[in-house]
Design a protein around this ligand. Structure first.
Ligand code: SF4
Length: 371
């Protein structure tokens, strides 16, 4: 299969592994930013094939996992209203709020629907002018362009019954927050390739320069990830810190200008709370002043909700790479995909779900401190 089989070639994988093996002289800790990369690493056992001491630290790049609890509670409150059709991608339905989830709202009679595109929600609003249709817009820079397009289309159609609950997050500020943390162990990054297809690579130059840390833009297949590790390890061993693009088949330095333009028109950067992590300055998008009339938080008056995380769930530590999922006491016992305590066990990109589904239940992970 074009662009799939050739990136899973076991002979090429062996070559890359041999090169990494021959390059590494000491332990290194590398963060893969994206949850899609985490799943690929665990699913294909890449972490177990690397030389001893080369460790993946799983990053916060799962949009479902980092959507803050208060946003889930705002979604639950809006979805429970009788006049509302609440639309979301499927993963969000089982994410626990402070008391229940969207599935439970639906079981109690709420009109909660799974859509596959924000444009589906716009079409639903067009077809049902007597209902209020709300779309839950979560995600990183990758999903921001189609969500922005949905708002533009709703305005073009003159829809007054369409709105969005926006909880977008941005990757570079999260990387900066991780690097600023006194507990940070990350020595190099595999940056999320799909985010860079939209935003380009220039946002990472200041991070590389300020923190003296290698950043390699990486795809999602096994060979993509091994090539990313190979490049990071070469830089670390040579005492260098550069931005490299190892995903050139999809990523250019400038990114997708048309997508950036629609994002800039519809959204504006704001401080954003990340589930389990806390507020990261300038790390999210909200609707810009020009499109504020489509803001579901304002329309339904739920903006002020604030709640506390459960002390049982250690997803914040997982998302910052401070512990591995199975080092959480609840992993696989009180917390499973059927009975999730945190979003990282629910999402298809969540690190806890990856460890659970691919049976990383009891593997001891040695955590060493590195300079
Ligand atoms: S295993 Fe469950 S309770 Fe523990 S950190 Fe992951 S989601 Fe939270």
């Amino acid at each position: 299969m074009k662009y799939l089989d050739e990136f899973r070639d076991p002979v090429l994988a062996r070559h890359l592994l041999d090169e990494i093996d021959q390059t590494v002289t000491r332990p290194w800790a590398i963060m893969e930013v994206c949850g899609g990369q985490t799943h690929s690493i665990i699913r294909h056992g890449i972490d177990q094939l690397l030389p001893e001491g080369v460790e993946f630290i799983h990053g916060p790049g799962c949009p479902v996992c980092v959507t803050p609890l208060e946003m889930i509670d705002q979604a639950l409150e809006i979805a429970a209203r009788p006049e509302v059709v609440f639309c979301s991608f499927g993963d969000m339905l089982r994410v626990p709020g402070s008391r229940h989830d969207l599935f439970q709202v639906r079981a109690r009679g709420g009109d909660v629907r799974v859509v596959y595109s924000p444009l589906d929600a716009v079409r639903l609003a067009e077809a049902n002018p007597e209902r209020e249709v709300v779309f839950f817009a979560v995600g990183f820079e990758t999903t921001a362009p189609p969500n922005a397009m949905a708002v533009v289309l709703a305005r073009r159609l003159g829809l007054r019954n369409f709105s969005m609950l926006v909880s977008h997050v941005l990757v570079p500020p999260a990387m900066t927050a991780i690097l600023d943390s006194p507990t940070c162990r990350v020595q190099g990054f595999l940056a999320a390739g799909h985010v860079c297809t939209v935003m380009g690579t220039s946002e990472y130059v200041p991070i590389v320069e300020r923190y003296d840390v290698p950043v390699v833009v990486t795809g999602f297949e096994p060979l993509d990830i091994l090539d990313g590790v190979r490049r990071v390890v070469h830089q670390l061993e040579d005492g260098e810190a550069r931005l490299e693009n190892a995903y050139a088949r999809a990523v250019t330095a400038e990114g997708n200008r048309a997508a950036q333009a629609v994002i800039a028109d519809v959204f504006e950067v704001c401080d954003r709370s990340w589930r389990g992590i806390g507020v990261i300055p300038q790390s999210g998008f909200r609707l810009s002043e020009r499109y504020r009339e489509f803001d579901a938080g304002i329309r339904f008056g739920v903006d002020g909700i604030s709640v506390e995380e459960s002390p049982l769930c250690r997803a914040g530590e997982v998302l910052q790479g401070l512990i591995k999922p199975h080092q959480c006491e609840a992993f696989g016992t009180a917390c499973t995909p059927r009975t999730p305590l945190g979003a990282t066990m629910v999402s298809s990109e969540g690190a806890c779900a990856a460890y659970y589904h691919f049976r990383r239940l009891t593997i001891p992970v040695e955590v060493t401190s590195r300079g």
